[in-house]
Design a protein around this ligand. Structure first.
Ligand SMILES: NC(=O)c1ccc[n+]([C@@H]2O[C@H](COP(=O)([O-])OP(=O)(O)OC[C@H]3O[C@@H](n4cnc5c(N)ncnc54)[C@H](OP(=O)(O)O)[C@@H]3O)[C@@H](O)[C@H]2O)c1
Length: 286
């Protein structure tokens, strides 16, 4: 929907067209967020900041084992179960994704305003490291990377899409949005270094899935947006083995990285649907 708004500029007072989505500050009107991959790292920090910055926000946090995710349980004690709901999702087990959507709908919320797919795998201590050459590429690593970084997040989008559509119906000011946390190394155009075959290619697949969803969403009513977002290099378990190569000042705390990503997410407009952004709002080529 488009509404007219009068603004002053150096050329005098002019009429500009803006959508209701843009007129509303999305950080304020999006009340229900789902964070997939909330046990630790950036996902846990998203949950914490989303609950902390707005007194009436509600968050659904999913992870493999919510019953033993100590930090999430502490947040639930702090904010209450009516504001933080947890549900199990293991991205390698599609049935858990469908079941979680059902649990959320029955027990917590019929709509989701913002969906964040945060989980990802790059290495597993003692088991898996990113491949530095083709002869290290193997089936198991490719499979697990694609399951965790691309296939699972796509199935989460599919399962929760109806709840994002409900969000659009409930409040025309909200731009219901799916944010898939990707990585700059998933950009094919930006690939100047090579290596990290499984991680790179699984994030490229996530990017293509996101772009394809965005085109379908743009054609449908009610509209939902989909974007990919690169967090920068943040100090988490995922980046630990690689931090010595990070230039000074480029390794962010989780608090900083998530705060900057939320600024980007809050400022998204309908025309940003189908884009790949970095933590500072710059667009990354696909
Ligand atoms: N940190 C960075 O510098 C950086 C840079 C670029 C992109 N990213 C991306 O940012 C996202 C978050 O990364 P992070 O740094 O927060 O990583 P992290 O601290 O290693 O956390 C990874 C998360 O993914 C979850 N996960 C792994 N396998 C899963 C599965 N099968 N099902 C459900 N959840 C699963 C983990 O859950 P468990 O606790 O159950 O293992 C954990 O919550 C990832 O998509 C990553 O690719 C991070």
């Amino acid at each position: 929907m488009v509404s007219g708004r009068r603004v002053r500029s150096s050329l005098g007072s002019i009429q500009v067209r803006c959508s209701n989505h843009h007129a509303a500050a999305q950080g304020e009107v999006r009340k229900v967020a789902l964070v997939q991959g909330a046990s630790r790292g950036l996902g846990l920090e998203f949950v914490s900041q989303l609950l902390g910055r707005q007194g009436d926000s509600r968050v659904i946090a999913t992870c493999r084992s919510p019953e033993t995710a100590q930090s999430l349980l502490e947040l639930q004690d702090k904010y209450g179960r009516d504001r933080l709901y947890t549900a199990p999702i293991d991205l390698t087990k599609p049935a858990t994704i469908e079941e979680a959507a059902k649990l959320v709908r029955e027990n917590f919320s019929a709509k989701v305003d913002l969906l964040l797919n945060v989980s990802g795998v790059l290495h597993i201590p003692g088991k898996m490291m990113p491949e530095t050459s083709l002869d290290r590429v193997n089936y198991d690593q490719l499979l697990l990377s694609f399951q965790t970084n691309a296939i699972g997040p796509a199935l989460v989008c599919r399962a929760f899409w109806p709840l994002l559509q409900e969000s659009a119906k409930a409040d025309g000011r909200v731009l219901p949005t799916m944010v898939n946390i990707s990585a700059r190394v998933g950009s094919i155009e930006d690939n100047g270094l090579g290596g990290w075959y499984s991680y790179r290619s699984s994030k490229s697949a996530l990017n293509q899935l996101t772009k394809t969803m965005s085109l379908e969403f743009a054609r449908k009513n009610p509209r939902v947006a989909a974007v990919a977002l690169h967090p920068g290099t943040n100090d988490t378990d995922l980046s630990k083995p690689f931090q010595r190569n990070v230039p000074e000042g480029k390794l962010f705390t989780k608090e900083f990285g998530v705060r900057r990503m939320l600024e980007v997410i809050d400022s998204l407009r309908e025309q940003d649907n189908g884009s790949f952004f970095a933590w500072d709002g710059q667009k990354i080529p696909w």
